[in-house]
Design a protein around this ligand. Structure first.
Ligand SMILES: [Zn+2]
Ligand SMILES: [Zn+2]
Length: 303
């Protein structure tokens, strides 16, 4: 809750006029407790998960050729009821995992030093903090994901997420409850080390969720971020990880690919890209489905 009774009082305390965004924040949050503001994380997860997944569900449902031509594994089709089941499973398991956490997450965020008051952060503060969060999350997430591919962790936990050989947008958070906790943990390290405003925290989680859904969408569009952002993994990169499956020792990165480069866990993917480039030169339009039953697939599985 803001420590000001009126906008005038806030302006006097800050020694300047409030910006438009700050006036909006004041109007919205002045009478809401910090616990309620923190509860927004819980609601935003379900809201953004539904909002960002919906376009990909619709593209598959309508089978709009202008867009389905960008599908990475076109032979594998998941029915509407299959997508709905995935969506329902994610909503139910997320509710069961995040629900109890929500009871004490407010105290944790407060302990991190995340603030809810005025002034709002400037654009540069939000951008730089979110970049740091991405880099930290990537590094820790990479090693946790590698651990999830050890025999025990894969068989007990991670195999659930890999049920989708050709992933779909709503399957991004589809996982064993323990994986939801394990891979959710790195998302909080950045905000704990470099705490900011709760609005930054919300933007961070919305962007991370949007990125995860894009990476699992099964579509590599000409406007996908991977085409413009250096070292950004994207859908094709993560699709390869799902395609190879449990034996995959490649493409562990969640967002940026630098860890896979540094630790040499992208060799199989690079080999596949080499083959696809050669095929393209011969006029063969290539996708992962060409690998089924081939010795190339066996080769890739060894990475
Ligand atoms: Zn995996
Ligand atoms: Zn995945």
């Amino acid at each position: 809750m803001l420590p000001y009774h009126s906008m005038q009082q806030a302006e006097t305390a800050l020694g300047r006029e409030l910006s438009v965004a700050e006036k909006l924040w004041f109007s919205y949050s002045a009478n809401k407790s910090d616990f309620i503001l923190d509860f927004h994380n819980f609601l935003f997860f379900f809201f953004f998960y539904s909002l960002f997944s919906l376009p990909y569900i619709l593209i598959d449902l309508i089978e709009w050729k202008k867009l389905t031509k960008y599908k990475i594994q076109p032979r594998i089709k998941i029915s509407f009821s299959g997508m709905l089941r995935c969506y329902k499973d994610v909503v139910v398991s997320s509710f069961l995992v995040f629900g109890p956490l929500q009871l004490f997450s407010y105290d944790i965020l407060k302990w991190f030093g995340i603030r809810t008051s005025l002034p709002l952060p400037c654009g540069w503060e939000v951008l730089s903090q979110i970049l740091i969060y991405f880099l930290i999350e990537d590094y820790v997430g990479y090693w946790l994901h590698r651990w999830l591919h050890t025999k025990w962790a894969y068989e007990k936990i991670h195999h659930v997420h890999h049920e989708y050989i050709a992933p779909i947008g709503p399957a991004a958070p589809y996982a064993h409850w323990a994986e939801t906790l394990i891979l959710g943990f790195p998302s909080f390290i950045g905000p704990a080390l470099v705490p900011g405003h709760i609005v930054t925290f919300w933007v961070w989680f919305a962007l991370r969720l949007m990125e995860a859904i894009d990476a699992h969408s099964g579509y590599e569009f000409p406007w996908s971020p991977a085409k413009f952002v250096p070292l950004f993994g994207g859908a094709e990169y993560h699709d390869y990880h799902h395609y190879v499956g449990g034996k995959s020792q490649s493409n562990f990165a969640s967002v940026f690919t630098y860890c896979d480069y540094i630790y040499g866990t992208n060799k199989g993917y690079r080999y596949q890209k080499l083959i696809s480039r050669k095929d393209l030169k011969r006029g063969v339009k290539w996708n992962y489905n060409h690998l089924h039953g081939s010795s190339v697939k066996q080769f890739l599985e060894s990475y």
